[in-house]
Design a protein around this ligand. Structure first.
Ligand code: PMP
Length: 409
């Protein structure tokens, strides 16, 4: 596939026609928080609401059938996008956070007991820490953490030592939302399996940016969010191996997740419905279906190659800014996420001044407080790029950072 052209891609995203109140065009460098949405996604949701809105699954009327078909069709395409063998292995949730909570509360509650070891890493997003902390407190589990290397990567040696504790589960973020580090997932998963552990991959940052194939990775679970991959908010995915999902008890109870209910009890529905209680986010599922079609049209290999180019260029240019400390590894192991500190200037001040130039970045702990504690900084500024960003925008960021430094003397 040919190289991505960000200028052409921007044409598909109506938000880039926006002029900010201060008269500046939008330089959107906050895609790790949420991505922008192409017309294809907005139109798919609009078409659904205008033409076939109905509740799914139980209806016999035409609209209900069409809506069900659109919803289940999206599930099948989303499954193929990540290499799942069967659509029933795709569970719709609200987001990555809910997907991880589902694994903790359903699989974890059923399979873990006092003294069991769960291995996570020091760079996890709070959404892959707190659900395990909640369960650990209830079940007296032992949580262990793979340290990061000096340059912000997954420490494979220390991981191998931790595997000696016979963990029941290994959970890690495939791509860090702060360091940008891309973990060698296949190797981590194979080692976990050798040690007899189940694996949960947090794919919130990897699925939007890299080709991710669950069969090739052989992961047991993969969690990701629609809104970071050109799709709408309110829709996330949990992929799970069929046999594992079959063995798990329901997470939420209610309509749709049952086969039969009496006043005394219920029989759970078959997959994937067992885990989809209540009316789902129908329009959002259809929107996410359009998003994976859009990304597939670009080709995920091409997406990854282009972002690798941006990562290289970004590191090169940002390192020229005096006093800037870039977090995370070099471009061989990194996506186009640039979290940094700039001398003693508070990250919120940096972000606010960049905003005056129309540059949208994020400042704070990025839901990774333990990682920032480890790095000995209270917060960082983060610029995160996607398919519609260009090298020009990196130049604009660097220029504006030079001005920020002038303001602060
Ligand atoms: N994990 C990682 C690595 C993330 O970057 C994020 C989003 N910032 C999440 C999990 C949580 O995603 P969501 O808020 O969509 O549940």
């Amino acid at each position: 596939r040919s190289r991505l052209d960000p200028e052409q891609i921007r044409e598909d995203f109506p938000i880039f026609r926006r002029i900010l109140p201060n008269g500046k065009p939008l330089t959107y460098l906050d895609s790790a928080a949420t991505s922008q949405k192409p017309n294809a996604v907005i139109d798919a949701m609009d078409t659904y609401y205008r033409g076939l809105n109905a509740n799914i699954h139980r209806g016999v009327h035409t609209l209900a059938e069409e809506a069900t078909e659109a919803y289940e069709g999206a599930r099948a395409r989303i499954g193929r996008f990540i290499g799942a063998k069967k659509a029933r292995e795709i569970i719709f949730t609200r987001n990555t956070t809910e997907s991880i909570n589902l694994v903790a509360q359903s699989w974890g509650r059923r399979n873990l007991s006092a003294g069991d070891v769960v291995i996570l890493t020091e760079m996890e997003h709070h959404s892959n820490l707190v659900p395990w902390q909640i369960l650990a407190a209830e079940k007296e589990l032992r949580l262990e953490f793979v340290p990061i290397t000096e340059d912000g990567r997954f420490n494979m040696e220390q991981y191998q030592a931790l595997l000696g504790l016979n963990p029941k589960l290994v959970g890690f973020s495939h791509m860090s939302n702060v360091l940008g580090s891309i973990q060698p997932a296949r190797e981590i998963i194979a080692l976990a399996h050798q040690a007899g552990a189940i694996v949960l991959v947090d794919g919130a940052q990897s699925v939007p940016h890299l080709p991710v194939d669950v069969a090739e990775l052989d992961t047991d679970f993969l969690a990701f969010s629609g809104h970071k991959m050109c799709g709408p908010t309110g829709i996330g995915v949990l992929y799970g191996k069929e046999a594992l999902l079959e063995s798990m008890p329901p997470f939420l109870g209610g309509g749709d997740m049952i086969k039969k209910v009496t006043l005394q009890g219920f029989t759970a529905n078959s997959l994937p419905h067992k885990f989809e209680a209540g009316t789902p986010a129908i329009a959002e599922v259809i929107g996410l279906g359009a998003a994976v079609d859009y990304l597939s049209g670009l080709g995920m290999e091409a997406v990854a190659a282009y972002e690798q180019e941006l990562a290289r260029y970004g590191i090169e240019q940002l390192e020229k800014v005096d006093g800037l400390r870039l977090l995370g590894p070099n471009a061989d192991h990194k996506g186009s996420v640039f979290a940094f500190t700039l001398g003693d200037i508070h990250p919120h001040d940096v972000a606010q001044l960049l905003d005056q130039s129309g540059i949208a970045v994020r400042a704070g702990h990025h839901c990774a407080m333990p990682l920032h504690q480890k790095l000995n900084i209270p917060a960082s500024t983060r610029a995160s790029l996607y398919i519609y960003n260009s090298k020009n925008e990196i130049d604009r960021l660097v220029e504006s950072l030079q001005s920020v430094k002038k303001v602060f003397g």
